[in-house]
Design a protein around this ligand. Structure first.
Ligand code: CS2
Ligand code: MG
Length: 402
């Protein structure tokens, strides 16, 4: 079997998505998600100029060799743009493998370790009362785990909170907007928020929170310690993860579980975090973490150190990535939780999906491969439009992590 061609489909049903479609000489094709929010066109250029010409003529069954060709074989390897391209190629090849063998992806990577995939949703409100109300609605919808983000008194736009009371979508149309940030106001507010949430909804609901890289290790240690009484499922990205050793300080001071890595793209971003058991959950998703081939190794290494998966799953990751993640989550033993931010309904006009949500869990049908298709005609109706993530400054104007 040979790869005959591949193409990149860029569309924007409500938000931008990049999809790689790989064709074979047996009429079977595979799909991979290649979306890197706000940097879509860089991945498109890398796939079109470098990867696709090198894919043609290869046997799509050789997923390990092809993965290494685009990782080890590339002198300028790693980085978000290249790893998103590698991920898309790998995902599409596993999709083809499943279709050739007429079996769903999960069967190729261990079969089902569980019946369904626990997910968490987002609840975010403009202030404390609004957030409390939003959490109630998510619990009524059936969610067993809720990520809680709230507007902070004294900060005009906080990460993760929808503007104009619409639902929260990462990225805004046009070039990057600037936001302002005040860590001390944030740190003073968050424990009160979680105390109110537990008071209102009790101990059974799983609660998560995303710091979005905004604390120093010392500030993060304070926060993790002060949140201990509210038993979070996890505290996410308490610090930006570049300095892996920085996580030691948080660990020494608190038992609040830590999730990190939605911006990581390699097993080496995790090495110290794993071997020193500094975290509890892997956030790096299939779409940016090298696809199924690499993430199987990351999950396996994590399992040695009691670390579970908790993949990133915001709306800027396409339905192809979500479906592939459900297969993966069904299969690996050390699955923890999956982020599930349902896509706008317009997305389902373009992507034909095979998963469903019921009572806090996602399941997937038995279509071969990943099981998602793309309607290219419909995709053509929604052309790419420039959208960027915000840039963040401290209140005095100093540039800061977003
Ligand atoms: C986030 C995302 O879902 C999350 O945990 O941190 O909203 C993230 O900011 C976006 O996916 C960035 O594109
Ligand atoms: Mg996050």
């Amino acid at each position: 079997m040979k790869i005959t061609n591949a193409k990149v489909i860029v569309c924007s049903p409500g938000r931008n998505f990049v999809t790689l479609k790989i064709f074979t000489d047996q009429g079977i094709f595979g799909l991979g998600d290649a979306t890197l929010n706000g940097m879509e066109k860089s991945v498109v250029a890398y796939l079109e100029n470098y990867c696709i010409p090198a894919l043609i003529g290869r046997d799509p069954g050789n997923t390990e060799d092809i993965w290494n060709y685009f990782y080890r074989g590339v002198y300028w390897r790693r980085g978000a743009v290249s790893m998103t391209a590698v991920s898309a190629i790998d995902m599409a090849l596993w999709d083809i493998k499943g279709k050739v063998l007429n079996t769903p992806l999960y069967n190729l990577i261990g079969g089902k370790s569980r019946k369904k995939v626990l997910v968490y949703c987002h609840a975010n409100g403009k202030d404390l009362d609004d957030t409390i109300e939003k959490i109630g609605k998510e619990i009524e919808t059936g969610f067993k785990a809720v990520r809680v983000q709230s507007g902070v008194p004294g900060i005009s736009h906080t990460y993760g909170v929808a503007r104009d009371n619409k639902f929260y979508e990462p990225a805004h149309k046009g070039l990057a907007q600037e936001e302002y940030w005040d860590t001390s106001k944030y740190l003073n507010f968050v424990p009160t928020l979680f105390s109110r949430v537990r008071e209102n909804y009790g101990d059974d609901i799983h609660l998560l929170h995303d710091v979005h890289h905004r604390c120093t290790p010392n500030e993060a240690a304070r926060l993790a310690k002060e949140l201990e009484p509210y038993h979070l499922f996890w505290l996410e990205d308490p610090v930006s993860g570049e300095l892996q050793e920085g996580l030691r300080l948080i660990r020494q001071h608190s038992t609040t579980p830590i999730a990190i890595g939605e911006v990581f793209n390699s097993i080496y971003d995790y090495s110290t975090l794993f071997t020193e058991q500094l975290i509890d959950y892997i956030r790096m998703p299939l779409v940016h973490g090298g696809g199924i081939t690499h993430m199987l190794k990351v999950a396996a290494m994590g399992s040695v150190y009691h670390i579970n998966t908790g993949f990133h799953g915001a709306t800027d990751l396409s339905p192809v990535n979500l479906a592939a993640s459900i297969h993966f989550n069904l299969a690996v033993n050390n699955f923890g939780i999956q982020e599930y931010m349902p896509h706008q309904s317009i997305v389902n006009e373009v992507f034909k999906t095979n998963y469903s949500f019921n009572d806090g869990y996602l399941t997937i049908d038995d279509s071969p491969g990943i099981g998602v298709d793309i309607d290219e005609k419909k995709a053509g109706l929604y052309p790419y439009s420039v959208a960027r993530l915000p840039v963040n400054r401290k209140t005095d104007g100093t540039l800061f992590n977003w």
